[in-house]
Design a protein around this ligand. Structure first.
Ligand SMILES: [Zn+2]
Length: 309
């Protein structure tokens, strides 16, 4: 039984223009690095299915889903927010990205994979219950979590978000759901300028000042995330895996390195082993400097595979 690697060629067809950082090349950079490092050989590859409207509606309003579908242009692009646009392929890519996360939950909860990494775009954690934004259309992680709770009948799922930006969309969707504990770190005073005041008791928000570096990150995770996770005893951990906090990535200024992502992943795996039978579903979020994105994602996946020792 191998960890799952889930992606889809449709995710490459969503394109917001040559100058846009959320570029199709991100997925290839990660896949190439996993291949070069021999990690992909240790994984079972799956093509992502399309998420169904019923699955998406666990995390989004039906009106929003249908409005987004109706906006797909025949050609060219339409702007959804100042940073986010759709081309003729974007909606299919978004369905595949959310579908990957749903398949990952199915595989892991059916015992067909110990854990899963979804190499997907568009990302999801800025997508709210009824709003796209910040390069995101559907909240892949939130859709996966609701699928685990509502279809598989789990009672407690944790969401870990280590993207450099606050996961405002995930908080919007999940803050009133006591079956979910969301733990995040993000850079303070950075887009989307939210998260300083948690919207619910199930939100462990840890804003970090710019240039915090790995040491403050690690002490913050140990002080805030881990005790909350131990109390919560998640039956599954979903990860919003954004790598834009890397010091080589211009999108943020946290100054993290590959070893910090590996360390966080080891903490997540530890909690998962103690409470969740090791079950982790990781979904790509941000990370825009292709080289550090690929290296950081590989460091993360290597720990998921148990090959980092
Ligand atoms: Zn981000």
């Amino acid at each position: 039984m191998l960890p799952a690697y889930i992606s889809h060629p449709d995710c490459l067809k969503h394109d917001m223009g040559d100058q846009h950082p959320e570029a199709p090349a991100r997925l290839g950079a990660i896949q190439d690095m996993l291949l070069i490092k021999g990690l992909l050989d240790c994984m079972q590859t799956y093509d992502a299915p399309r998420a169904t409207e019923q699955q998406l509606a666990q995390a989004h309003s039906t009106l929003y889903i249908r409005t987004l579908a109706s906006m797909v242009p025949q050609e060219g692009s339409v702007q959804v927010d100042p940073d986010t646009s759709m081309n003729p392929h974007s909606y299919q890519a978004a369905l595949r990205a959310a579908g990957a996360a749903v398949l990952a939950v199915d595989l892991v909860l059916r015992g067909e994979a110990p854990n899963a990494f979804c190499n997907i775009r568009p990302p999801g954690h800025h997508a709210e219950y009824a709003a796209a934004g910040g390069f995101c259309f559907f909240n892949n992680a939130a859709v996966a979590i609701r699928h685990a709770l509502n279809v598989h009948g789990l009672q407690r799922v944790a969401l870990i978000d280590f993207d450099v930006h606050h996961g405002n969309g995930s908080e919007d969707i999940l803050h009133h759901d006591e079956r979910v504990l969301m733990c995040s770190i993000f850079e303070d005073k950075l887009y989307p300028y939210s998260g300083n005041t948690p919207r619910g008791p199930n939100m462990v928000n840890v804003p970090l000042p710019a240039r915090s570096g790995g040491e403050l990150l690690r002490t913050s995770v140990a002080e805030f995330w881990l005790p909350a996770l131990e109390r919560f005893q998640p039956q599954l951990i979903v990860v919003s895996a954004g790598f834009d906090g890397h010091r080589d990535d211009d999108m943020g200024n946290l100054g993290l390195v590959e070893a910090d992502y590996a360390w966080m992943t080891r903490q997540i795996m530890g909690v998962a082993r103690r409470h969740a039978q090791g079950r982790v579903v990781s979904c790509l979020e941000g990370g825009y400097d292709l080289s550090s994105l690929a290296r950081s994602a590989a460091a993360h996946v290597k720990v998921l595979l148990g090959l980092d020792d």
